[in-house]
Design a protein around this ligand. Structure first.
Ligand code: GTP
Ligand code: MG
Length: 462
């Protein structure tokens, strides 16, 4: 029996034109509603739809008897379905009108349109997956590199849930341990027991801490590293973007001040999504539009996680270069010496002295030389920064990281209380708090508000 009463429907494929579009239903009434609008091609199929079999036929408006589309339909009998409810999938032609009209026809007899993520939410509410697995579904959909996909799938398979459940089990056994001692209030707890309990708490904290550490990498795998190409006008920033992407994405001309808007594109560098941002070149200018672009570029300077500071090595350094050197010197910066196919106007040494300790890569964006070296330098820099990245690491999302952080703080308190020889009841309270908090990851102890907030981020039809 489903935990939710009503039946929902939605278009599950992206809006737009495509080969096929899928309208999905889930809930007790879905078979009945679908049968009302579906006319099978073969007479012998009428009324004996078998579980998980494809049937060819038409969707027909029951009032006007008009044929809406030729479709393939599948009936999935509960409980072995995505939501654990009865489900129907109608595979129609991938045009907007066909899908919309079919959806409209399903929205009758108390069937309503699904909220974003509601199919997955039902999978959670009906106990097929836990909350961290449901959250992984969105990571699978949004994965930007193959490696990000592998990681998301690991979480979908329950990787994080298993780890968190193990930690909760440990915490519970510590609680049991403490309680066993409290039962004899007239006696002091033996020193050996106390130190054993303390050890157990510390061990658990280490495991938790490792999961928290890995989640930094998780954020990067999910959202990418925002990487700003910064430099004077005409140094070849847009050419560099194009070379990294291997396509003519940004307009390149020999006129300084070509780029005015901000262009963002993802590049997959050995599995890490790098979000490259190309901006207007920085210089003093009276041009109004260009100045807006320059202001934007400078705003990005604060937000970006990495800077590719690009310099034209074929001309002398300008005041504008020096101005930017001052801006990037305290940032996470790689220096790109561009146009090295031309005679060089200054030595690498000059830059080394101005920006000590920064990695310098020589490239020709025009001839696409040195681009692999630049990619390697970006990868190395990221790896150094976040201590990359065990292939088998389980990585948590931001919400999950915050939950684990809170739980860890409770364990810190417990350890501190023990050090201060506080009564074990106080220690137990902190452990309980950590245990309860961690339940928010799997969804065992989570509030409705949090659940709502999580599924609001999903797309319609998932
Ligand atoms: N010889 C040579 N020319 C280059 C190289 N990279 C870029 N250029 C040329 O330099 C000029 C400016 O290139 P862009 O990529 O538009 O430079 P930009 O930094 O984006 O310029 P703005 O958007 O105006 O700030 C173009 O004529 C490019 O063909 C290079 O590696 N070697
Ligand atoms: Mg440009």
């Amino acid at each position: 029996m489903s935990a939710v009463a009503d039946t929902i429907a939605a278009i599950s494929t992206p809006i737009g034109e495509g080969g096929i579009g899928i309208v999905r239903l889930s809930g007790d009434r879905s078979f009945q509603v679908a049968k009302k609008i579906f006319k099978p091609r073969s007479k012998r199929d009428i009324d004996k739809f078998e579980n998980r079999k494809l049937y060819l036929g038409n969707i027909v408006d029951p009032e006007t008897h008009e044929v809406i589309d030729e479709v393939l339909i599948v009936f999935f009998k509960a409980p072995h379905t995505y939501t654990r409810e009865d489900m129907v999938e109608i595979n129609c032609h991938g045009g907007l009108m066909a899908q919309k009209k079919i959806l409209d026809l399903t929205l009758r007899d108390e069937v309503r349109i699904a909220d974003p993520g509601e199919f997955t939410k039902r999978a959670f509410l009906n106990g097929r997956i836990d909350l961290s697995q449901a959250e992984a579904v969105i990571d699978v959909i949004r994965a930007k590199t193959e490696r990000a996909l592998v990681m998301a799938n690991r979480q979908l398979a329950g990787g994080l849930s298993d780890r968190v459940q193990d930690i909760r089990k440990n915490l519970l056994s510590i609680i049991v341990h403490i309680e066993a001692n409290i039962d004899f209030p007239e006696e002091d707890i033996p020193e050996a027991d106390l130190s054993h309990i303390k050890q157990e708490i510390e061990d658990t904290r280490v495991v938790l801490d490792r999961l928290i550490q890995n989640s930094g990498a998780g954020k990067i795998m999910r959202d990418g590293i925002s990487t700003l190409i910064l430099g004077n006008t005409n140094v070849g920033k847009s050419s560099l973007l194009n070379a990294l992407l291997k396509e003519e994405r940004a307009i390149v001309t020999d006129i300084p001040g070509t780029t005015r808007d901000v262009i963002e594109e993802y590049v997959d560098i050995k599995g890490i999504p790098i979000k490259i941002i190309d901006t207007a070149g920085i210089r003093r200018t009276k041009d109004k539009v260009e100045s807006i672009g320059i202001r934007r570029a400078m705003d990005y300077l604060d937000e970006a996680q990495m800077i590719l500071f690009t310099v034209d090595a074929s001309r002398n350094m300008t005041d504008d270069d020096l101005y930017l050197i001052d801006k990037v010197k305290d940032k996470f910066t790689i220096v790109v010496l561009n146009k090295v196919d031309l005679p060089l106007k200054f030595e690498q040494k000059t830059i080394e002295e101005l920006l000590p300790g920064k990695k310098i890569v020589k490239v020709s964006a025009l001839k696409e030389e040195g681009i692999d070296e630049l990619k390697q330098a970006i990868y190395d820099a990221v790896e150094q920064e976040i201590g990359f990245l065990d292939e088998h690491a389980i990585i948590a999302g931001e919400r999950q990281r915050q939950v684990m952080q809170k739980a860890k703080e409770s364990l810190d308190l417990a350890i501190e209380s023990m050090a201060n020889q506080m009564p074990v009841e106080v220690v137990e309270l902190d452990i309980r708090q950590a245990w309860e908090k961690l339940g928010e990851i799997t969804g065992d102890t989570v509030s409705d508000n949090i659940i709502t907030a999580i599924f609001e981020n999903f797309c319609i039809g998932k």
